[in-house]
Design a protein around this ligand. Structure first.
Ligand code: ADP
Ligand code: MG
Length: 509
Protein backbone atom coordinates (compact mmCIF):
# COMPACT_ATOMS: atom_id res chain seq x y z
CA UNK A 1 0.00 0.00 0.00
CA UNK A 2 1.33 3.45 -0.76
CA UNK A 3 1.35 6.29 1.71
CA UNK A 4 -1.72 8.01 0.23
CA UNK A 5 -3.87 4.94 0.49
CA UNK A 6 -2.63 4.10 3.93
CA UNK A 7 -3.40 7.50 5.40
CA UNK A 8 -6.69 7.69 3.55
CA UNK A 9 -7.74 4.33 4.98
CA UNK A 10 -6.86 5.35 8.53
CA UNK A 11 -8.81 8.58 8.24
CA UNK A 12 -11.79 6.80 6.72
CA UNK A 13 -11.66 4.24 9.54
CA UNK A 14 -11.74 7.10 12.04
CA UNK A 15 -8.45 6.16 13.71
CA UNK A 16 -7.68 9.34 15.64
CA UNK A 17 -4.05 8.73 16.67
CA UNK A 18 -1.60 8.13 13.86
CA UNK A 19 2.17 8.08 14.07
CA UNK A 20 4.14 8.53 10.86
CA UNK A 21 7.76 7.46 11.12
CA UNK A 22 9.74 9.65 8.74
CA UNK A 23 12.17 12.54 8.39
CA UNK A 24 10.11 13.92 5.58
CA UNK A 25 7.54 16.11 7.28
CA UNK A 26 6.99 18.25 4.21
CA UNK A 27 6.22 15.31 2.01
CA UNK A 28 3.84 13.91 4.60
CA UNK A 29 2.04 17.26 4.86
CA UNK A 30 1.81 17.49 1.07
CA UNK A 31 0.42 13.99 0.94
CA UNK A 32 -2.25 14.71 3.52
CA UNK A 33 -3.13 18.00 1.87
CA UNK A 34 -3.55 16.24 -1.46
CA UNK A 35 -6.07 13.73 -0.12
CA UNK A 36 -9.58 14.15 -1.37
CA UNK A 37 -10.98 14.60 2.14
CA UNK A 38 -12.49 17.91 3.24
CA UNK A 39 -10.78 17.92 6.64
CA UNK A 40 -9.04 21.03 7.87
CA UNK A 41 -5.29 20.65 8.35
CA UNK A 42 -3.07 22.37 10.89
CA UNK A 43 0.60 21.77 11.64
CA UNK A 44 2.15 22.40 15.01
CA UNK A 45 5.69 22.22 16.33
CA UNK A 46 7.16 22.94 19.69
CA UNK A 47 9.44 25.73 18.54
CA UNK A 48 6.65 27.80 16.99
CA UNK A 49 4.20 26.83 19.72
CA UNK A 50 1.30 27.55 17.46
CA UNK A 51 -0.88 25.94 14.83
CA UNK A 52 -0.29 26.90 11.22
CA UNK A 53 -3.15 26.38 8.81
CA UNK A 54 -2.35 24.18 5.83
CA UNK A 55 -6.04 24.20 4.97
CA UNK A 56 -8.46 26.03 7.21
CA UNK A 57 -11.18 23.97 8.84
CA UNK A 58 -14.81 24.77 8.14
CA UNK A 59 -15.34 25.80 11.77
CA UNK A 60 -13.32 28.70 13.20
CA UNK A 61 -10.11 28.06 15.17
CA UNK A 62 -9.99 31.19 17.32
CA UNK A 63 -6.81 30.77 19.34
CA UNK A 64 -3.94 29.02 17.60
CA UNK A 65 -1.12 29.55 20.09
CA UNK A 66 -0.24 26.58 22.29
CA UNK A 67 2.92 25.61 24.18
CA UNK A 68 3.91 21.96 24.22
CA UNK A 69 2.48 21.16 27.65
CA UNK A 70 -0.84 22.76 26.67
CA UNK A 71 -1.22 21.60 23.11
CA UNK A 72 -3.43 18.61 23.80
CA UNK A 73 -5.72 20.49 26.18
CA UNK A 74 -5.91 23.22 23.58
CA UNK A 75 -7.05 20.79 20.92
CA UNK A 76 -9.56 19.23 23.29
CA UNK A 77 -11.10 22.58 24.28
CA UNK A 78 -10.73 24.99 21.41
CA UNK A 79 -9.98 23.25 18.15
CA UNK A 80 -12.51 22.89 15.34
CA UNK A 81 -14.16 19.63 14.39
CA UNK A 82 -13.25 17.73 11.27
CA UNK A 83 -9.56 18.54 11.42
CA UNK A 84 -6.18 16.86 11.12
CA UNK A 85 -3.51 18.15 13.49
CA UNK A 86 0.03 17.34 12.47
CA UNK A 87 2.25 17.40 15.52
CA UNK A 88 5.91 17.39 14.51
CA UNK A 89 8.41 15.53 16.68
CA UNK A 90 5.78 14.99 19.32
CA UNK A 91 7.67 11.98 20.68
CA UNK A 92 10.00 14.48 22.34
CA UNK A 93 7.05 15.78 24.30
CA UNK A 94 5.78 12.45 25.54
CA UNK A 95 9.24 11.17 26.36
CA UNK A 96 9.69 14.14 28.69
CA UNK A 97 6.25 14.15 30.17
CA UNK A 98 4.29 11.00 31.03
CA UNK A 99 1.16 13.06 31.58
CA UNK A 100 1.03 13.56 27.82
CA UNK A 101 0.87 9.82 27.27
CA UNK A 102 -2.09 9.54 29.60
CA UNK A 103 -3.78 12.58 28.10
CA UNK A 104 -3.51 11.11 24.59
CA UNK A 105 -5.31 8.00 25.73
CA UNK A 106 -7.98 10.01 27.50
CA UNK A 107 -8.63 11.98 24.36
CA UNK A 108 -9.26 9.09 22.00
CA UNK A 109 -13.02 9.00 22.38
CA UNK A 110 -13.54 12.68 22.12
CA UNK A 111 -11.30 12.94 19.07
CA UNK A 112 -13.29 10.27 17.38
CA UNK A 113 -16.58 11.97 18.15
CA UNK A 114 -15.40 15.30 16.81
CA UNK A 115 -13.79 13.84 13.70
CA UNK A 116 -10.35 15.04 14.77
CA UNK A 117 -7.06 13.34 14.05
CA UNK A 118 -3.63 13.71 15.62
CA UNK A 119 -0.91 12.82 13.17
CA UNK A 120 2.39 12.60 15.00
CA UNK A 121 5.55 12.63 12.90
CA UNK A 122 8.71 11.17 14.41
CA UNK A 123 12.04 10.25 12.85
CA UNK A 124 12.30 7.04 14.86
CA UNK A 125 9.81 4.31 15.47
CA UNK A 126 9.41 4.49 19.20
CA UNK A 127 6.13 4.48 21.00
CA UNK A 128 5.43 4.21 24.72
CA UNK A 129 3.94 0.78 25.47
CA UNK A 130 0.92 2.49 26.99
CA UNK A 131 0.00 3.78 23.55
CA UNK A 132 0.52 0.60 21.59
CA UNK A 133 -3.18 -0.15 21.28
CA UNK A 134 -4.33 3.35 20.46
CA UNK A 135 -1.81 4.58 17.94
CA UNK A 136 -1.57 3.36 14.35
CA UNK A 137 2.08 3.42 13.37
CA UNK A 138 2.98 3.91 9.73
CA UNK A 139 6.55 3.59 8.51
CA UNK A 140 6.63 6.07 5.68
CA UNK A 141 8.42 4.46 2.73
CA UNK A 142 11.13 6.36 0.92
CA UNK A 143 9.88 8.26 -2.11
CA UNK A 144 9.22 6.20 -5.21
CA UNK A 145 10.32 7.04 -8.73
CA UNK A 146 7.19 9.12 -9.41
CA UNK A 147 7.80 11.28 -6.37
CA UNK A 148 11.44 11.73 -7.29
CA UNK A 149 10.39 12.63 -10.79
CA UNK A 150 8.36 15.49 -9.32
CA UNK A 151 11.35 16.58 -7.28
CA UNK A 152 13.50 16.53 -10.38
CA UNK A 153 10.96 18.50 -12.35
CA UNK A 154 10.96 21.06 -9.58
CA UNK A 155 14.73 21.39 -9.71
CA UNK A 156 14.88 21.73 -13.49
CA UNK A 157 11.83 23.93 -13.93
CA UNK A 158 13.75 27.16 -14.25
CA UNK A 159 16.47 25.76 -16.52
CA UNK A 160 16.48 26.45 -20.21
CA UNK A 161 16.06 23.42 -22.41
CA UNK A 162 19.74 23.14 -23.38
CA UNK A 163 20.83 22.28 -19.84
CA UNK A 164 18.05 19.76 -19.30
CA UNK A 165 19.00 16.09 -19.61
CA UNK A 166 17.96 13.75 -22.37
CA UNK A 167 15.05 11.48 -21.44
CA UNK A 168 17.45 8.54 -21.01
CA UNK A 169 19.74 10.42 -18.63
CA UNK A 170 16.72 11.82 -16.83
CA UNK A 171 15.40 8.34 -16.19
CA UNK A 172 18.76 7.07 -14.95
CA UNK A 173 19.19 10.11 -12.72
CA UNK A 174 15.85 9.51 -11.08
CA UNK A 175 16.68 5.82 -10.71
CA UNK A 176 20.00 6.60 -9.11
CA UNK A 177 18.29 8.81 -6.53
CA UNK A 178 16.09 5.98 -5.27
CA UNK A 179 16.91 5.43 -1.64
CA UNK A 180 17.23 9.13 -0.91
CA UNK A 181 14.60 11.19 0.87
CA UNK A 182 13.01 13.98 -1.15
CA UNK A 183 15.22 16.57 0.51
CA UNK A 184 18.36 14.56 -0.10
CA UNK A 185 17.34 13.98 -3.71
CA UNK A 186 16.66 17.67 -4.27
CA UNK A 187 20.08 18.48 -2.88
CA UNK A 188 21.77 15.75 -4.90
CA UNK A 189 20.16 16.95 -8.14
CA UNK A 190 21.09 20.55 -7.38
CA UNK A 191 24.69 19.63 -6.64
CA UNK A 192 24.97 17.50 -9.74
CA UNK A 193 23.74 20.44 -11.77
CA UNK A 194 26.03 22.96 -10.06
CA UNK A 195 29.11 21.00 -11.11
CA UNK A 196 28.66 21.50 -14.85
CA UNK A 197 25.72 23.86 -15.18
CA UNK A 198 23.91 21.11 -17.03
CA UNK A 199 22.71 17.54 -16.61
CA UNK A 200 24.51 14.78 -18.48
CA UNK A 201 25.87 11.25 -17.92
CA UNK A 202 28.31 12.49 -15.29
CA UNK A 203 25.40 13.79 -13.20
CA UNK A 204 24.46 10.19 -12.52
CA UNK A 205 27.84 9.62 -10.88
CA UNK A 206 27.34 12.74 -8.81
CA UNK A 207 24.00 11.50 -7.52
CA UNK A 208 25.47 8.06 -6.85
CA UNK A 209 28.22 9.86 -4.94
CA UNK A 210 25.65 11.36 -2.62
CA UNK A 211 24.22 7.92 -2.07
CA UNK A 212 27.63 6.44 -1.36
CA UNK A 213 28.16 9.18 1.18
CA UNK A 214 24.83 8.37 2.76
CA UNK A 215 25.69 4.71 2.88
CA UNK A 216 28.94 5.56 4.59
CA UNK A 217 27.14 7.74 7.10
CA UNK A 218 24.55 5.09 7.82
CA UNK A 219 27.34 3.31 9.64
CA UNK A 220 26.03 -0.15 8.96
CA UNK A 221 27.06 -0.39 5.34
CA UNK A 222 30.48 0.14 3.95
CA UNK A 223 31.45 0.46 0.31
CA UNK A 224 34.37 -1.75 -0.60
CA UNK A 225 36.30 -0.85 -3.65
CA UNK A 226 36.25 -3.64 -6.20
CA UNK A 227 39.77 -5.00 -6.22
CA UNK A 228 41.49 -7.25 -8.69
CA UNK A 229 39.79 -10.33 -10.02
CA UNK A 230 40.33 -13.92 -9.12
CA UNK A 231 44.05 -13.92 -9.87
CA UNK A 232 44.80 -12.68 -6.35
CA UNK A 233 43.31 -15.79 -4.78
CA UNK A 234 45.20 -19.05 -4.86
CA UNK A 235 43.33 -22.33 -5.27
CA UNK A 236 39.61 -22.66 -4.55
CA UNK A 237 39.01 -23.83 -8.10
CA UNK A 238 35.51 -25.17 -7.52
CA UNK A 239 34.35 -21.97 -5.93
CA UNK A 240 35.87 -19.99 -8.78
CA UNK A 241 34.19 -22.21 -11.38
CA UNK A 242 30.82 -21.70 -9.75
CA UNK A 243 31.25 -17.95 -9.66
CA UNK A 244 32.63 -17.73 -13.19
CA UNK A 245 29.54 -19.51 -14.49
CA UNK A 246 27.44 -16.69 -13.08
CA UNK A 247 29.67 -13.81 -14.04
CA UNK A 248 27.24 -12.34 -16.57
CA UNK A 249 24.09 -13.22 -14.69
CA UNK A 250 23.32 -9.61 -13.76
CA UNK A 251 23.63 -8.18 -17.26
CA UNK A 252 21.06 -7.18 -19.82
CA UNK A 253 21.48 -10.33 -21.88
CA UNK A 254 20.82 -12.54 -18.91
CA UNK A 255 17.56 -10.67 -18.34
CA UNK A 256 16.52 -11.24 -21.91
CA UNK A 257 17.29 -14.94 -21.51
CA UNK A 258 15.10 -15.00 -18.37
CA UNK A 259 18.02 -16.18 -16.28
CA UNK A 260 17.20 -16.02 -12.58
CA UNK A 261 19.45 -13.87 -10.40
CA UNK A 262 21.94 -15.83 -8.34
CA UNK A 263 20.86 -15.21 -4.76
CA UNK A 264 23.79 -15.89 -2.57
CA UNK A 265 26.48 -18.14 -1.21
CA UNK A 266 27.96 -18.86 2.17
CA UNK A 267 31.69 -19.39 2.51
CA UNK A 268 32.51 -21.24 5.66
CA UNK A 269 35.51 -23.06 6.99
CA UNK A 270 38.91 -22.70 8.51
CA UNK A 271 40.10 -19.21 9.48
CA UNK A 272 42.63 -17.64 7.14
CA UNK A 273 41.74 -19.67 4.06
CA UNK A 274 40.60 -16.74 1.94
CA UNK A 275 36.90 -16.31 2.66
CA UNK A 276 36.97 -12.55 3.11
CA UNK A 277 39.52 -12.30 0.33
CA UNK A 278 37.17 -14.15 -2.02
CA UNK A 279 34.36 -11.71 -1.25
CA UNK A 280 36.53 -8.76 -2.25
CA UNK A 281 37.76 -10.60 -5.30
CA UNK A 282 34.25 -11.41 -6.43
CA UNK A 283 33.27 -7.75 -6.61
CA UNK A 284 36.16 -7.18 -9.01
CA UNK A 285 35.31 -10.21 -11.06
CA UNK A 286 31.61 -9.49 -11.37
CA UNK A 287 32.21 -5.73 -11.50
CA UNK A 288 29.54 -5.06 -8.94
CA UNK A 289 29.68 -2.76 -5.94
CA UNK A 290 30.48 -4.59 -2.73
CA UNK A 291 28.63 -3.46 0.36
CA UNK A 292 29.77 -4.83 3.65
CA UNK A 293 27.04 -4.99 6.23
CA UNK A 294 28.31 -4.48 9.75
CA UNK A 295 25.54 -6.07 11.76
CA UNK A 296 27.01 -4.95 15.08
CA UNK A 297 26.37 -1.28 14.33
CA UNK A 298 22.70 -1.92 13.67
CA UNK A 299 21.85 -2.38 17.28
CA UNK A 300 20.45 0.66 18.98
CA UNK A 301 19.16 1.28 22.44
CA UNK A 302 15.68 2.34 21.44
CA UNK A 303 12.91 -0.15 21.02
CA UNK A 304 12.54 -1.05 17.37
CA UNK A 305 15.62 0.92 16.37
CA UNK A 306 17.70 -2.12 15.46
CA UNK A 307 15.14 -3.51 13.03
CA UNK A 308 14.63 -0.10 11.56
CA UNK A 309 18.37 0.20 10.97
CA UNK A 310 18.40 -3.23 9.37
CA UNK A 311 15.51 -2.33 7.13
CA UNK A 312 17.18 0.90 6.14
CA UNK A 313 20.49 -0.84 5.38
CA UNK A 314 18.76 -3.38 3.18
CA UNK A 315 16.72 -0.68 1.48
CA UNK A 316 19.90 1.20 0.70
CA UNK A 317 21.56 -1.93 -0.65
CA UNK A 318 18.56 -2.53 -2.88
CA UNK A 319 18.81 0.94 -4.32
CA UNK A 320 22.39 0.40 -5.48
CA UNK A 321 21.63 -3.05 -6.87
CA UNK A 322 22.83 -4.99 -8.67
CA UNK A 323 25.34 -5.32 -5.90
CA UNK A 324 26.94 -7.81 -3.54
CA UNK A 325 25.87 -7.59 0.08
CA UNK A 326 28.64 -9.05 2.15
CA UNK A 327 28.18 -10.11 5.75
CA UNK A 328 31.54 -10.99 7.15
CA UNK A 329 31.80 -13.34 10.13
CA UNK A 330 28.09 -13.92 10.06
CA UNK A 331 28.19 -16.19 13.09
CA UNK A 332 29.39 -13.30 15.23
CA UNK A 333 26.98 -10.89 13.61
CA UNK A 334 23.99 -12.90 14.65
CA UNK A 335 25.44 -14.39 17.79
CA UNK A 336 22.87 -14.94 20.47
CA UNK A 337 20.00 -14.87 18.03
CA UNK A 338 19.06 -18.43 18.76
CA UNK A 339 15.56 -19.21 19.89
CA UNK A 340 16.51 -19.16 23.55
CA UNK A 341 16.96 -15.41 23.42
CA UNK A 342 13.62 -14.89 21.69
CA UNK A 343 12.33 -11.39 22.13
CA UNK A 344 15.80 -9.89 21.94
CA UNK A 345 16.76 -7.37 19.33
CA UNK A 346 19.22 -9.79 17.73
CA UNK A 347 16.47 -12.32 17.19
CA UNK A 348 14.20 -9.79 15.58
CA UNK A 349 16.92 -8.37 13.36
CA UNK A 350 17.91 -11.86 12.32
CA UNK A 351 14.29 -12.77 11.71
CA UNK A 352 13.85 -9.73 9.51
CA UNK A 353 16.94 -10.66 7.55
CA UNK A 354 15.75 -14.24 7.10
CA UNK A 355 12.41 -13.09 5.76
CA UNK A 356 14.05 -10.66 3.42
CA UNK A 357 16.43 -13.37 2.15
CA UNK A 358 13.41 -15.50 1.40
CA UNK A 359 11.21 -12.94 -0.27
CA UNK A 360 13.49 -10.51 -2.02
CA UNK A 361 13.25 -10.27 -5.75
CA UNK A 362 15.97 -7.86 -6.73
CA UNK A 363 19.57 -8.40 -7.78
CA UNK A 364 21.23 -8.24 -4.37
CA UNK A 365 23.66 -11.13 -4.14
CA UNK A 366 24.25 -12.07 -0.51
CA UNK A 367 27.68 -13.34 0.37
CA UNK A 368 28.05 -14.56 3.93
CA UNK A 369 31.42 -15.58 5.29
CA UNK A 370 31.90 -17.45 8.53
CA UNK A 371 34.30 -19.71 10.33
CA UNK A 372 31.77 -21.67 12.27
CA UNK A 373 28.09 -21.72 11.46
CA UNK A 374 27.06 -24.55 13.75
CA UNK A 375 25.26 -22.10 16.05
CA UNK A 376 23.19 -20.63 13.23
CA UNK A 377 19.78 -22.15 12.51
CA UNK A 378 19.62 -24.51 9.52
CA UNK A 379 16.97 -22.37 7.83
CA UNK A 380 19.55 -19.63 7.49
CA UNK A 381 21.98 -21.86 5.63
CA UNK A 382 19.13 -23.10 3.47
CA UNK A 383 18.63 -19.61 2.07
CA UNK A 384 21.85 -19.75 0.07
CA UNK A 385 22.30 -21.19 -3.40
CA UNK A 386 25.31 -23.05 -2.12
CA UNK A 387 27.51 -23.33 0.94
CA UNK A 388 31.19 -23.79 0.22
CA UNK A 389 33.68 -25.17 2.68
CA UNK A 390 37.21 -23.77 2.55
CA UNK A 391 39.61 -26.36 3.87
CA UNK A 392 43.35 -26.32 4.51
CA UNK A 393 44.95 -25.59 1.14
CA UNK A 394 46.24 -28.63 -0.70
CA UNK A 395 49.65 -28.84 -2.34
CA UNK A 396 48.64 -27.18 -5.58
CA UNK A 397 46.89 -24.42 -3.71
CA UNK A 398 49.80 -23.73 -1.44
CA UNK A 399 51.98 -23.47 -4.50
CA UNK A 400 49.67 -20.84 -5.95
CA UNK A 401 49.32 -18.94 -2.69
CA UNK A 402 53.09 -18.85 -2.19
CA UNK A 403 53.53 -17.66 -5.75
CA UNK A 404 51.00 -14.84 -5.30
CA UNK A 405 52.56 -13.53 -2.13
CA UNK A 406 56.16 -14.04 -3.19
CA UNK A 407 55.37 -12.15 -6.35
CA UNK A 408 53.92 -9.33 -4.27
CA UNK A 409 57.18 -9.37 -2.31
CA UNK A 410 59.22 -9.01 -5.46
CA UNK A 411 60.15 -12.66 -6.09
CA UNK A 412 58.89 -13.13 -9.61
CA UNK A 413 60.11 -16.71 -10.27
CA UNK A 414 60.28 -18.54 -6.95
CA UNK A 415 60.48 -21.91 -8.68
CA UNK A 416 63.78 -20.86 -10.20
CA UNK A 417 65.35 -18.91 -7.37
CA UNK A 418 64.11 -20.93 -4.40
CA UNK A 419 63.74 -24.58 -3.50
CA UNK A 420 60.08 -24.05 -4.12
CA UNK A 421 58.83 -27.63 -3.91
CA UNK A 422 60.42 -28.05 -0.52
CA UNK A 423 58.65 -24.94 0.69
CA UNK A 424 55.31 -26.17 -0.62
CA UNK A 425 55.93 -29.57 0.98
CA UNK A 426 56.90 -28.22 4.37
CA UNK A 427 53.99 -25.81 4.58
CA UNK A 428 51.50 -28.66 4.62
CA UNK A 429 48.85 -27.71 7.20
CA UNK A 430 49.37 -23.96 6.82
CA UNK A 431 46.53 -21.71 5.65
CA UNK A 432 46.77 -18.79 3.23
CA UNK A 433 47.00 -16.19 5.95
CA UNK A 434 49.92 -18.03 7.56
CA UNK A 435 51.68 -18.33 4.24
CA UNK A 436 51.19 -14.64 3.58
CA UNK A 437 52.61 -13.77 7.02
CA UNK A 438 55.57 -16.07 6.47
CA UNK A 439 56.44 -14.34 3.22
CA UNK A 440 56.11 -10.96 4.83
CA UNK A 441 58.32 -12.05 7.71
CA UNK A 442 60.94 -13.27 5.25
CA UNK A 443 60.68 -9.96 3.46
CA UNK A 444 61.57 -8.13 6.67
CA UNK A 445 64.53 -10.43 7.29
CA UNK A 446 65.88 -9.87 3.82
CA UNK A 447 65.35 -6.15 3.98
CA UNK A 448 67.07 -5.86 7.38
CA UNK A 449 70.01 -7.77 5.95
CA UNK A 450 71.12 -5.05 3.57
CA UNK A 451 67.97 -5.11 1.49
CA UNK A 452 68.85 -8.32 -0.30
CA UNK A 453 66.57 -10.73 -2.15
CA UNK A 454 64.43 -13.13 -0.16
CA UNK A 455 66.23 -16.45 0.26
CA UNK A 456 65.10 -19.94 1.06
CA UNK A 457 66.56 -19.73 4.55
CA UNK A 458 64.41 -16.70 5.41
CA UNK A 459 61.28 -18.55 4.42
CA UNK A 460 62.24 -21.70 6.30
CA UNK A 461 63.03 -19.69 9.39
CA UNK A 462 59.68 -17.92 9.19
CA UNK A 463 58.00 -21.26 8.66
CA UNK A 464 59.60 -22.78 11.73
CA UNK A 465 58.54 -19.82 13.83
CA UNK A 466 54.91 -20.18 12.77
CA UNK A 467 52.72 -22.68 14.51
CA UNK A 468 49.80 -23.22 12.17
CA UNK A 469 46.32 -23.11 13.54
CA UNK A 470 45.79 -26.64 12.24
CA UNK A 471 48.31 -27.76 14.85
CA UNK A 472 47.57 -25.32 17.67
CA UNK A 473 43.82 -25.82 17.39
CA UNK A 474 43.63 -29.26 15.83
CA UNK A 475 40.39 -30.25 17.56
CA UNK A 476 38.61 -27.03 16.46
CA UNK A 477 39.66 -27.63 12.88
CA UNK A 478 38.47 -31.22 13.05
CA UNK A 479 35.11 -30.00 14.28
CA UNK A 480 34.79 -27.45 11.48
CA UNK A 481 35.72 -30.02 8.89
CA UNK A 482 32.68 -32.06 9.74
CA UNK A 483 30.69 -29.67 7.61
CA UNK A 484 32.55 -30.98 4.65
CA UNK A 485 32.91 -34.62 5.58
CA UNK A 486 29.26 -34.86 6.52
CA UNK A 487 28.26 -33.35 3.21
CA UNK A 488 26.63 -30.22 4.56
CA UNK A 489 28.84 -27.98 2.46
CA UNK A 490 30.49 -28.27 -0.94
CA UNK A 491 34.27 -28.35 -1.02
CA UNK A 492 35.65 -25.11 -2.50
CA UNK A 493 38.63 -26.99 -3.95
CA UNK A 494 39.13 -30.17 -5.96
CA UNK A 495 40.67 -33.14 -4.21
CA UNK A 496 44.44 -33.07 -4.23
CA UNK A 497 44.72 -36.25 -6.27
CA UNK A 498 42.87 -34.61 -9.11
CA UNK A 499 45.15 -31.63 -9.15
CA UNK A 500 47.92 -31.56 -11.74
CA UNK A 501 51.38 -31.66 -10.27
CA UNK A 502 52.81 -29.40 -12.93
CA UNK A 503 52.95 -26.32 -10.79
CA UNK A 504 55.56 -24.76 -12.97
CA UNK A 505 53.21 -23.87 -15.77
CA UNK A 506 50.69 -22.31 -13.46
CA UNK A 507 53.31 -20.18 -11.83
CA UNK A 508 54.75 -18.80 -14.97
CA UNK A 509 51.48 -17.63 -16.43
N1 ADP B 1 43.59 -18.70 -1.08
C1 ADP B 1 44.37 -17.63 -0.82
N2 ADP B 1 45.10 -17.06 -1.79
C2 ADP B 1 45.87 -16.00 -1.55
N3 ADP B 1 45.97 -15.42 -0.35
C3 ADP B 1 45.28 -15.94 0.67
C4 ADP B 1 44.43 -17.07 0.49
N4 ADP B 1 43.84 -17.34 1.66
C5 ADP B 1 44.29 -16.43 2.53
N5 ADP B 1 45.16 -15.59 1.96
C6 ADP B 1 45.85 -14.46 2.60
O1 ADP B 1 45.44 -14.39 3.94
C7 ADP B 1 44.76 -13.18 4.22
C8 ADP B 1 43.60 -13.45 5.12
O2 ADP B 1 42.63 -14.22 4.47
P1 ADP B 1 41.09 -14.00 4.72
O3 ADP B 1 40.39 -14.06 3.41
O4 ADP B 1 40.88 -12.76 5.51
O5 ADP B 1 40.74 -15.26 5.58
P2 ADP B 1 39.35 -15.74 6.18
O6 ADP B 1 39.06 -17.02 5.49
O7 ADP B 1 39.59 -15.94 7.63
O8 ADP B 1 38.36 -14.68 5.87
C9 ADP B 1 44.34 -12.65 2.88
O9 ADP B 1 44.24 -11.25 2.89
C10 ADP B 1 45.43 -13.14 1.97
O10 ADP B 1 46.53 -12.28 2.00
MG1 MG C 1 37.53 -13.32 7.24
Amino acid sequence: MNLNDEIETLLAANVPLIQLVTYEEDRVIETIAALSSKLGIYAWDMAECKFTAIRAASEPFPSQDAASDKVLAHIAEKAPRGTVFILKDFHLCWSRNPVIVRKLRNMVRQLREKGQFLVITTPVNELPVELKDDVAVVEVPLPDADTLENVFTGVTRSLDSSSRPTPAVREKLIGSALGLTTNQARLAFARAYARKRQFDESSIDAVMGVKRQLIRESGALEFWPATAGESGVGGLDKLKDWLRLREKAFGQQARQAHLPYPRGIALIGIPGTGKSLSAKMLAGQWKLPLLRLDVGTLFGSLLGESERNMRRAIQLAETVSPCILWIDEVEKAFAGSGLESAGGAATRVFGYFLTWMQERQGPVFVLATANDVSALPPEFMARFDRTFFLDLPNRLERRQIFAIHLKNAGVAFPERTLRFEELVERSNGYVGREIERMVREAQFMAFADDNREIEMEDLLKALEETIPISRSHAEVIEQLRKWKTEGRAFPASSEETAAPVAGRRILET
